[in-house]
Design a protein. Structure first.
Length: 231
């Protein structure tokens, strides 16, 4: 029997919300374990407040330079590919791709591929304010129509998401509010799915408790990472 080839050495920029980093780490370890492979994984820590402030200010070049420094640390440790396990930093995805010393397995690319593969034509986005306001940073343009939430709805989702990131969990009321809003948007706007465009939303919603059409951005990214790490 031929020996299994080693997976790619993954470099994870953690700290972009502690809960998000833990979610990716645990999910990647479990995914490797399920196919009998030991993961090769390095992590470095980024300062979440700095990243969030730069993203909110739309300071794409400065944010890319900051994250590139973290990716250089990972490359020096032997990482072959880099992973940014958060949505707000994707505002500098183009700039970061040019500065990164190693290839990146892109979060937005994984979602765009999933949207195309599932034939989703009309979607809405739940996540941080900057992610919703930019309609997933314009990445779905030409693939699907992204329906904007009403101003009060956007403010509510952004506020709840900030609380989830800070507390690393959602209260029952926050879960109920997001669920009710998802149903309302789907019924009113006739969208095919709600894109969960915030890694911490994957700590709140999962296949056993979600009852509306959705695309889980973080889980979609992790599946893409696993495919590429074995190719």
């Amino acid at each position: 029997m031929a020996a299994k080839s080693e997976p790619l050495h993954l470099g994870l920029v953690a700290g972009l919300g502690v809960g998000a980093g833990i979610f990716y780490y645990r999910s990647l370890v479990n995914a490797h374990r399920s196919i009998g492979i030991t993961p090769r994984l390095l992590m470095t820590h980024a300062e979440v407040r700095k990243v969030m402030d730069l993203a909110a200010a739309r300071a794409a070049q400065e944010l890319a330079e900051y994250l590139s420094g973290r990716l250089h640390q990972l490359a020096a440790g032997g990482a072959q590919v880099g992973i940014i396990p958060a949505f707000s930093p994707q505002i500098c995805a183009r700039e970061l791709a040019e500065l990164s010393p190693i290839p990146l397995i892109g979060l937005l690319d994984a979602i765009a591929d999933e949207v195309a593969g599932r034939g989703l034509r009309r979607v809405a986005v739940f996540g941080a304010g900057v992610t919703m306001e930019t309609q997933l940073f314009g990445r779905l343009q030409g693939l699907a129509e992204v329906v904007s939430l009403r101003p009060a709805e956007l403010e509510s989702v952004a506020r709840i998401y900030r609380n989830i990131v800070e507390n690393e969990q959602a209260s029952e009321q926050e879960f109920t509010s997001l669920r009710a809003l998802a149903h309302s948007v789907i019924e009113r706007e006739h969208v095919n799915a709600i894109i969960l465009a915030g890694t911490d939303l994957s700590l709140v919603f999962h296949p056993k408790n979600i009852d509306f059409p959705y695309l889980d951005g973080a889980r979609t990214h992790i599946a893409a990472i696993m495919r590429q790490s074995q190719s």
